[in-house]
Design a protein. Structure first.
Length: 365
């Protein structure tokens, strides 16, 4: 018989060598011990509850299914060809090292025609870290392994210039007059007002913001005229945001002036005929691209999108205020941060004459 101490389980393993000779039994015992400890010391989890996949499932279960990060994390974890779980799934979380994570990132680039973007690599690292953090909470790890540092390259958003925005809106008006259709959907004044509303409300053209806005989320204010909007699914969470004055007539212009009861409070404000908001977003994007083409603004090197209208909104607000608008207030109202404004929205914005004068105000040197 051979008896081994399994320190990880806190118990002894007893086996028969099936040998009758003492010398052969010793040789069999040594062979069994070598095989046993190689298995114990491997990176593979001996129990399902200590595996990376177990904690990945736990992490997703703790997230809200409706949260944007839930879908993003799930896709990175369970990509069929090179997902994180496919690589680390059966690994014991306590055996995962910095070197192993770095090797995984190298392997990701080898399976592609070109290396992953820095931001995508960083997302992989963040998800791995979140999974291992749960193992730390359970005591399987003392600390999270040092994550391979990923460089980040800021790419300021593409935006409209004043002239391009005017061309876009004029081309849109011409499309409405001609009765242009995109995949059988007629372009109407409703779509044009929606794009203009996007610029003057600072909303994102997403399911959680512009396309999630319902009539019950809007209050009409005065002095000065504005709309107060409750944004429920914003990128930075729930917030109250106010619009520029022009949004008041844009909103009221859609309402039926002969209705005594007013609009259905639960109805969506923009493109309400689509109960599936993803379909609404896709249709709006196709209409946007059609107008963009008619305005001769399609540029493969500088691709404009509905998001470009939000970027234009933030830049034009600073320009129109001659630099007097409080950048913190603007960031808070738009559901972003001062850091994000400076890095992604305002980095390439040229200063106006008035902004330079405000900077040098009362300079007596």
């Amino acid at each position: 018989m051979v008896r081994l101490r399994d320190s990880s389980e806190g118990r002894y393993i007893v086996r028969s060598t099936k040998e009758t000779s003492r010398i052969e039994a010793i040789a069999a015992a040594n062979e069994f011990a070598d095989s046993f400890f190689k298995k114990v010391n491997s990176d593979q989890a001996r129990k399902a509850t200590t595996s990376f996949e177990y904690y990945a499932t736990q992490m997703l279960g703790m997230q809200k299914a409706s949260a944007k990060t839930h879908d993003s994390d799930r896709k990175l974890l369970y990509r069929q060809k090179d997902g994180i779980v496919r690589h680390f799934g059966d690994h014991d979380v306590s055996k995962i090292t910095t070197k192993m994570i770095r090797e995984y990132l190298v392997q990701l680039d080898k399976t592609r025609g070109k290396p992953l973007a820095d931001s995508t690599r960083a997302k992989h690292v963040i998800v791995i870290r979140k999974v291992l953090a749960l193992a730390v909470e359970d005591g399987l790890l003392k600390t999270i392994p040092v994550m391979p540092k990923q460089k980040t390259t800021d790419t300021p958003r593409h935006t409209f210039t004043d002239d391009e925005y005017k061309k876009f809106m004029k081309a849109g008006a011409d499309c409405v007059t001609r009765g242009d259709e995109v995949r059988g959907i007629k372009i109407t004044g409703h779509h044009l007002r929606m794009f203009r509303f996007l610029v003057h409300s600072f909303l994102r053209p997403t399911k959680g913001e512009l396309f999630g806005l319902r009539h019950k989320d809007i209050k009409v204010g005065s002095k000065p005229p504005h709309l107060e909007m409750s944004v429920h699914g914003g990128k930075t969470g729930r917030r109250t945001s106010v619009t520029m004055p022009i949004c008041v007539p844009l909103y009221r212009g859609m309402l039926n002036p002969f209705s005594e009861q007013g609009p259905d409070k639960n109805a969506f404000v923009w493109m309400p005929e689509y109960t599936n908001r993803t379909t609404a977003i896709d249709t709006a994007r196709r209409i946007f691209n059609h107008i963009l083409a008619k305005a001769d603004l399609v540029d493969d090197e500088r691709k404009l999108s509905p998001y470009s209208l939000r970027h234009y909104a933030l830049q034009s607000r600073l320009r129109a205020s001659n630099g007097r608008v409080n950048i913190y207030t603007l960031a808070k109202n738009a559901g972003t941060s001062v850091d994000q404004l400076e890095r992604f929205y305002l980095k390439k914005m040229a200063p106006t004459k008035e902004m330079i004068e405000n900077l040098q105000w009362r300079d007596e040197v």
